[in-house]
Design a protein around this ligand. Sequence first.
Ligand SMILES: Cc1ncc(COP(=O)(O)O)c(C=O)c1O
Length: 465
Amino acid sequence: MLNAPINSVELEMQDQRHSLRGWADLAVLGSGRSEILVHAEGAYVTDAEGNRLLDGMGGVWCVNVGYGREEIAQAILEQARQLPFACPFRNTTNPPAARLSAKLADLAPGDLNRVVYSGGGSTANDSALRIVQHYFNHLGQDRKKQVLCRSEAYHGSTSVSAALSGMAANKIGFDSPDVGVNVLSAPYVYRRPDDTSEEEFCDLLLAECRDVIERVGAENIACFFAEPIMGMAGVIVPPHDYLRRISKLCHDNDILVIADEVVTGFGRLGEYFASDAIFEMSPDIVTCAKGLTSGYQPLGATIVSDRIFETIRTPMEEGALFTHGFTYSEHPICCAAALANIAIMEHEDLPGHVRTFGSRFREALSRLSDLPLVGEVRGMGFMHAIECVADRESKALLPPEARIGERIATHARREGLIVRPLGHLSVLSPPLVLGDTEIDFVERVLRKSISMAADELVREGVWCA
Ligand SMILES: Cc1ncc(COP(=O)(O)O)c(C=O)c1O
C-alpha cells in the first residue's frame, strides 16, 4: 500500500467526503479542493500534481531539520522493530525515553530537569497546568488557581489549552472550561497606542499586569503562560525587556512562569530554548513539541523545575501517586525520532545556522517594506510575518473581503512557495536549513505575489495605493 500509485482524484474525493479537518472552512468541505502533498525533501514538498514547493511554513512551524532525513527515518524503523511500545507508568521506561529526558534536561534552562511527555503542544500545556495545580495543592495554597494569559495567544486545541488561548476567532461556537483565565494585553508593538514609545508601551503592559495581580490577588494566581514570540497571533515580538520584567513581576508574587516554546524551541530563534537564553524569563516550566521531533513523530514535552518536582514528590496522602500520564507518554518511537532529530541539529549546528541566516532572512524580508501594502515586517530567526495594511500611516486594515493573506498565499503557491495566510498576515516559519539561494527566492516570490495582489485590489476597486 505504501507505494500504491497516487490517484489524486480518488484521494480528493475521499478527503472531501470524510475528513473533518481543523482550521478548514466546513462550508466548502465536500465541494472544494484538497491540496495533497505526496513527497518532501530538504525544504521542499511536492504535491500530487508534481509541483515542487518551498515549504515556507515548515509544515506547521515544525519541520525544523527539513524533510527526507534518513537518520530519523532509520531511528524510527529500528525502534519500531526493537520495541515499538513500552508502558510509561510506574517504574517502566525504555532506552530512547530515558536518553531523551537526560538530553532535554541538559538543553533546558536553569534547574528544569524533569520531563513529562505527551502527544503534542496542547497536551504539553495541559500537563503544565495540571502540574502547577498539583504543586500549589501540595503546598496547601489551594486558592492559587487563576491563570494569567495574553490576548491573541495560542496554546492549543484541547479544552484546557484552548481556554488558555486568547484568540477570540478560535472560540467562536466552542465552549471553554472555566480555568480562571485573566487575559492581559498582547505585547503588540506595531499596534501599540499612538504617541507611545516602545519603552512606554512596555511600562504600560507591566502596569496592567501589576493591576491584575493586585485586583485578583497574588494569593489566587497560580501561573503566567506565555509564548516568547507569539506565533499564531502574528509573530508578535515583544518590546525589549518585557518578558524578563513581567516574569520577574510574576516571580516576585509567587506566580509560576510557563514558557510555551512549542514553536520557539529547537532552533527556530537560534537557541534550543529561547525563553531564557534570549528573553531571560527564568521559566519554572517549559513546554515544547513541534521542532522536538521536527514533525517526524508526534511528541510534546513539559520540562519542570527541580523545585516543583521536589515539592510534588512527597505524596499528599499515604500511598497517593502522581496520577498524570498518557498511554503514549515516553513513546519509544517518538523519543527515538527526537533523539535523532536533536543529533542532526547538534551535528549541523542548526541553531548557529539560524543565528547567521536569520538576520539575512530578516533583511531580505524587510526589503519588502517598500511595497505600499506592507505595514510591517517583523520576526526573529526563522520566524517572521508580513503585516499588510490599507494605509501605512493609520495602519488601517484592508476590508475582510480583500482576503489579502489568502491572495498573497495563492500567488506565492503558483510561484512555488508556501506561505501561511493568517488574516491580513503572511507568516513564514521554514525549515532551518534555508541558505542564501532559498532566501533570495522567498524574497523574489513574495515581492511578486504582494505586488500582484495589490494590482488586483486596485482593479477590483477594493483599495488604491
Ligand atoms: C505556541 C503554541 N503552543 C501550543 C500549540 C499546540 O500544539 P499542538 O498542535 O501540537 O497540540 C501550538 C500549535 O501551533 C502553538 O503554536
